[in-house]
Design a protein around this ligand. Structure first.
Ligand SMILES: *[C@@H]1O[C@H](CO)[C@@H](O)[C@H](O)[C@H]1NC(C)=O
Ligand SMILES: [Mg+2]
Length: 253
């Protein structure tokens, strides 16, 4: 009998301990999540960025540098990027491909990774410096975002035309072509870079205007893949579905 009581007692303690670990101990008045850890706060911050509840930020919170680094290099960023690209593929493979069907890809942060640059600049905690960023772009050393490259190859095999639509200026055409090829993007139908004479209030209006132009030329935009909401919102998104890749490091309006 004593033994039974002891076993019951120990089991109760263990169960309580387990519950406690998840803040669910039934005997404890649970009024909230208690103090949030930095990791937890920064994970919530990233989720809010991805859901577009946080927007227009110039820098990431200072305390989120380490958690962002961990997110980017610890496997979660790769996993999130894979899921988004995979969904784009699952969508695309059900479509009947027509002659003028195009998939739009953003370049920076989508087709090409700029993690090498941002890892040298605090993962977005430093204010964006276009001089330094352009210097890095002009080296043409950006690696592919592997999950996007994988999906790109699948979409090419399905027969979709690929259009790269980027906010990079036209003076970067040669380095962009060379960089895309070096990274494994071997074919595309169009590469649209920004004419410096084209005046647009922001990336969202610029990209919308370029899509409008494509549609007037007879293309049917069936999908858009980008790491910024300004790649995906706006007008002339066509019959497309949009796919938002994660980007916790910066925001482009
Ligand atoms: C960008 O970086 C360069 C080189 O470090 C610096 O000279 C320049 O002042 C920076 N620009 C801004 C706007 O911070
Ligand atoms: Mg981008």
């Amino acid at each position: 009998m004593k033994m039974k009581v002891l076993v019951f007692f120990v089991a109760t303690i263990l169960a309580a301990w387990e519950c406690h670990a998840y803040d669910m101990f039934p005997l404890r008045m649970n009024t909230g999540y208690g103090d949030r850890s930095t990791e937890m706060k920064c994970a919530s911050w990233r989720l809010a960025v991805e859901a577009h509840n946080i927007f227009g930020f110039e820098t990431i919170p200072k305390e989120c540098v380490e958690p962002t680094k961990e997110y980017i290099h610890g496997g979660q960023y790769q996993s999130d990027s894979k899921t988004v690209n995979q969904q784009a593929y699952f969508y695309a493979r059900e479509l009947e491909v027509r002659e003028n069907d195009v998939f739009l890809f953003s370049i920076d942060g989508t087709a090409l990774s700029n993690v090498p640059y941002y890892s040298e600049h605090g993962y977005g905690v430093e204010k964006f410096n276009s001089t330094l960023y352009d210097e890095w772009v002009n080296k043409g050393v950006a690696p592919a975002l592997p999950e996007t490259l994988y999906n790109y190859n699948k979409l090419v095999s399905l027969g979709f035309k690929i259009v790269f639509l980027s906010g990079r200026l036209q003076d970067k055409e040669e380095v962009t072509k060379a960089n895309l090829k070096a990274a494994g993007y071997n074919t595309w139908h169009r590469l649209i870079l920004k004419d410096p004479k084209f005046i647009a209030p922001n990336a969202l209006e610029y990209k919308s205007a370029m899509r409008e132009k494509l549609m007037r030329q007879g293309y049917r935009i069936v999908g858009i893949i980008g790491d910024q909401w300004s790649d995906l919102l706006g007008h002339h998104t066509g019959d497309s579905r949009t796919f938002k890749l994660p980007n916790p490091m910066y925001y482009i309006e």
